[in-house]
Design a protein around this ligand. Structure first.
Ligand code: FES
Ligand code: FE2
Length: 350
């Protein structure tokens, strides 16, 4: 799906050094101009294919490290060595970029369809009312496996036992809703009385059992939000929606295909408590990275299994898979519609 916004990087990753990252099979080079704007260009010199990311920045231009072809921020060649005339076709592709919510979003498809207002939001990540930790792990598996994984959190009980998983996660049924018009999948699991996993016990300081809510909101293809609410057992939000007794964690994943069989797994954890507390931040970063790596190891295995399985293998799905199946259906619909943002007129009945 090329006509979509994808997270290419965290803003902090892009500076005055040339930065290479492959998105949807396309090698891109990123940098920040002297005025602070992020630029994305194809990472291949038009002359003899030398990677521009292995070249150097001169002001706001890239000077190719092989023979010196020089490109401006729009990818137009402004200098070639040994002659005054610059060939008309001397340009590399440039890509629309938007920096928002600490992410650098890039649009790989047709430029005239790149509408920044269609980028889904994760405002907690640069909101001073929250403290965030984040990272990115390379995944040697197709992005669809990560979508499946995140849409069904019952795996927390088994794959992440002792970290974020407790028996109640797998034992509590989910509710799934799909906003067909906006193409968003919601999956909720509300546990009234659950064991408190280490992840939350240590970060919130709650001792004893908890009320634990998991409300997933998936904006296909790239952005996944898990609104997590934890409180001492029985403590609920007030009727007016205020929730002084609750601890809120916004878990954000950006799921960006690198190639057909590999994925950039961006993860972030934003909290509205223990603000600025470095000990809590270090614990959550370390613990969440461990959890992410447990998924990475499992999904890398699945990718290998898929590569060797015979044609026509049939999976078996059960109730816990409802959210994942809804996500697959929307992704398929988007791919068939040429990846235009979902509109009711394009809805394909399931
Ligand atoms: S390959 Fe870039 S200038 Fe020759
Ligand atoms: Fe997981």
């Amino acid at each position: 799906m090329r006509n979509q916004w994808y997270v290419a990087a965290y803003g902090r990753e892009i500076g005055r050094e040339l930065f290479a990252r492959t998105i949807l099979g396309e090698s891109l080079v990123f940098y920040r101009t002297t005025s602070g704007r992020v630029v994305a260009l194809a990472d291949r010199c038009v002359h003899r294919r030398y990677p521009l990311s292995e070249s150097r920045l001169e002001g706001d231009t890239i000077v190719c490290g092989y023979h010196g072809f020089t490109y401006d921020q729009g990818g137009t060649c402004v200098f070639v060595p040994g002659q005054a005339r610059i060939p008309r076709t001397a340009r590399v592709a440039s890509y629309p970029v938007v920096e928002q919510d600490s992410f650098v979003w890039v649009w790989i498809g047709d430029h005239d369809r790149a509408d920044p207002s269609s980028i889904p939001r994760a405002p907690w990540l640069d909101d001073p009312a929250y403290t965030s930790v984040s990272g990115m792990e390379p995944l040697a598996a197709r992005y669809q496996l990560l979508v499946d994984n995140l849409m069904d959190l019952s795996h927390e009980t088994y794959l992440h036992g002792g970290y974020i998983g407790t028996p109640e996660v797998a034992n509590t049924p989910i509710t799934t809703e799909v906003d067909e018009d906006r193409g968003i999948v919601y999956v909720s699991r509300h546990m009234a009385d659950a064991e408190c996993p280490l992840f939350y016990a240590k970060s919130t300081g709650i001792e004893g059992r908890i009320t634990r809510w998991q409300d997933i909101e998936y904006h296909p293809p790239c952005l996944y939000l898990l609104h997590s609410r934890i409180a001492p057992v029985g403590v609920l939000p007030n009727a007016d929606g205020s929730d002084p007794g609750g601890f809120h964690v916004e878990v954000v994943y950006a799921i960006t295909p690198e190639t057909e069989n590999s994925t950039h797994d961006f993860w972030a954890v934003a909290r509205d408590f223990a603000l600025g507390d470095h000990e809590v931040s270090d614990f959550l970063a370390e613990n969440n990275r461990t959890v992410v790596m447990q998924d990475v190891v499992a999904l890398n295995l699945l990718e290998k299994v898929i590569a060797t399985e015979p044609e026509g293998y049939q999976e078996l799905s059960i109730n816990i898979d409802t959210g994942g199946l809804a996500a697959r259906r929307i992704l398929k619909r988007m791919a068939e519609a040429g990846a235009a943002p979902a509109r009711p007129s394009e809805a394909v009945p399931s």
